[in-house]
Design a protein around this ligand. Sequence first.
Ligand SMILES: *Cc1c(COP(=O)(O)O)cnc(C)c1O
Length: 315
Amino acid sequence: MVGLEDILAARDRIAAQVAVTPVVASPSLSALAGAEVVLKCEYRQQTGAFKLRGATNAVARLGTVAGVTTASTGNHGRALAHAARDKGLRAVICVSRLVPENKLAAIRNLGAEARVIGASQDEAYREAQRLQAEEGFVLIPPFDHPDVIAGQGTLGLEILDQVPQAGAIAVPLSGGGLLAGVAAAAKARRPDIRIIGISMERGAAMAASLKAGAPVEVEELPTLADSLGGGIGLGNRLTFPMVQGLMDELILLTEDEIAAGLRQLAREGHVVEGAAAVGAGAILAGKLRAERPLVLILSGGNIDPAAHAALMRAA
Ligand SMILES: *Cc1c(COP(=O)(O)O)cnc(C)c1O
């Protein structure tokens, strides 16, 4: 498991490469929740999401290697490309043929190689494994890795520094690296703090796994919270037990509820992706009550501007 010591060490290690993101009060959500709601604006992190913390910490711990690789095309791939460039390391992000050109361009703009291979995410992942086995690359997974979890945990330390009176933190939940890290940091400092995980109803692998008592696979379905999709890995070693042990409550949202959260945040000037809007969506849906100051992690802002505009018009 990952503990406070690991997270404190990660904070020192990544301080120069990672921004301290602002917190702001949300007047509209505070009124709805009946208690102070504070937004942790992590979508303003470099690369647009918290994933830079974990990737930077993992890359900083490497010795001499041929390079780093992963198969994520989303925020983790982007973060890893950025962290590798900072350290002068080669990064090869393996992607399937289904990945759109604009995502490839974003990876290449960070100086990484986007290697297009196979027809599915699984095939792309096998190429990343091959690079690790045969070419001396290190595969950095998006969540189930101690250095990645410790890096994400620095967000928990930062929240308590900025909002020391926080009573609860609402965390968007997918593979659980963010929740495991934030919960480990926050509960080590403030054992009474409540950690609330929020996922979409459609295809939430962690929720299904917790219910089953062991990691299970679920069908991946399209969702507005695209960064929350994907499995947790049947061989999950760290994030499943950590989430199981540290999370106090789990909330699941419909697509309409996520869209409503996204619109409400936009009215206060926060243009975020669906995954980052689940806390606001849960308050609007009456599923999340705040009795003490509640911190919502706005985890990322990488949404296609046209898609965001279409959601605003649909309101
Ligand atoms: C990856 C991601 C999440 C979920 O993080 P996990 O560590 O997989 O639970 C939430 N929001 C955004 C924007 C992400 O990129």
